[in-house]
Design a protein around this ligand. Structure first.
Ligand SMILES: [Zn+2]
Length: 381
């Protein structure tokens, strides 16, 4: 028996979208979910990770096995509100599509997993084990929420994990890693008519970046499932005045890693290249401020197969297994787990993720509410 009807399903997603949780403002979403769970008799707990920013956990059933349903509470920025056809924080229904920031990434996944928990609990469907709802802060920037869950043992007893991220009707078992690095070059300022009295911070940094591009791109490493390793300078800042030798230069780099060329190898190579320019008089430091590893677990776990079976029931089509390019909280949540760990990312979504006029298909959102119920019912039966 369904206790949350279709208009309530839309209302819950609408409420979530209306809470602006552009990175840093997740607490209100956590409180909303906590109240929603409470209304239907489910206890939950807010866990402050960073002052003013809270993860949330809730669970139903008891004992082993433990199936985790993980979501993140933040959304990416709207970029330019004037380019949206409707207010990004007002869920707008048009021809079967639900528009709004986070409709795909990932408030529809949050709502679908939360509603599935409520329905499963109300109908007493979890017979054997525990379904645990894990909601994180900051997935879009640095992933501090999932790091907290890992470091504080919240994943220790989790036996299988579904992240409700935007895969659409495919079961994702792999994604690349990601690294954010900052290079700071320190020079000495001088009047540009007398450069010999200073040290130009830009020059060695440019040399370093072009050496790094050559080095990293020449490896040409690629993975059969994940594709190629990539390395790109994305920010470069220096100088204050055209007739002054710059004292500082800062570059930021994002690398997308694969097992064949992983985060440690990137750091080792960077350090070698930096030592070389520093030995010639430069003063460049590396700060790797985010390092998330790639994920590539087996696509044939019982969980993945179950998701394929349930997905087919609702769509009539075969559900493929696949990889996605962006990182997810799995990079943290699966730390210490083996390649056989049953993990999938499976959730409502499409290519409008992070874009202007982001939308989710209403039918897909509704389907995933049922899909999550079926998966938990069968996995914990
Ligand atoms: Zn996401």
């Amino acid at each position: 028996m369904s206790i949350i009807n279709d208009s309530q399903k839309i209302q819950i997603l609408s409420d979530l979208v209306s809470i602006n949780s552009v990175n840093g403002n997740e607490k209100e979403v956590a409180i909303y979910l906590s109240n929603l769970f409470k209304k239907y008799g489910i206890e939950s707990k807010l866990i402050e990770v960073i002052p003013g920013r809270s993860n949330l956990i809730a669970s139903i059933g008891h004992g082993k096995p433990v199936l985790g349903y993980a979501v993140h509470l933040d959304v990416v920025d709207i970029v330019d509100k004037s380019k949206w056809n409707s207010d990004p924080f007002t869920l707008t229904v048009k021809q079967g599509k639900l528009y709004g920031r986070g409709s795909v990434d990932m408030k529809s996944g949050v709502a679908a997993m939360a509603i599935s928990l409520i329905e499963l609990n109300a109908n007493n469907c979890i017979q054997n084990g525990t379904l645990e709802f894990l909601a994180t802060i900051g997935e879009e920037v640095g992933e501090p929420g999932s790091q907290y869950f890992y470091e504080n043992g919240y994943m220790d007893n989790v036996d299988a994990l579904v992240i409700g991220e935007l895969s659409g009707y495919q079961v994702v078992h792999a994604h690349k890693g990601s690294m954010d690095m900052r290079l700071t070059s320190i020079g000495k300022t001088a009047h540009s008519s007398m450069p010999e009295l200073g040290y130009n911070a830009i020059d060695p940094l440019i040399d370093l970046i072009s050496n790094a591009n050559r080095t990293f791109r020449s490896y040409n490493k690629s993975d059969a499932i994940l594709g190629s390793f990539t390395f790109n300078t994305t920010i470069f800042n220096s100088g204050t005045q055209v007739n002054s030798i710059p004292e500082n230069a800062i570059a930021e780099i994002n690398a997308r890693t694969i097992p064949e060329f992983d985060n440690l190898m990137v750091e080792d190579n960077m350090n070698t290249l930096i030592a070389k320019v520093n030995s010639m008089g430069a003063n460049i430091k590396l700060d790797t401020y985010m390092s998330l590893k790639s994920i590539n677990v087996t696509p044939s776990s019982s969980l993945a197969k179950l998701a394929q079976k349930v997905g087919k029931k609702y769509t009539g089509n075969n559900i493929p297994t696949s990889s996605i390019a962006p990182v997810t909280d799995a990079s943290n949540l699966l730390r210490g787990k083996t390649d056989n760990f049953p993990f999938i990312a499976f959730g409502p979504g499409n290519e409008t993720v992070h874009q202007i006029n982001e939308y989710v298909e209403k039918e897909m959102y509704f389907n995933f509410i049922d899909i999550y119920q079926d998966i938990a019912k069968e996995y914990l039966s």
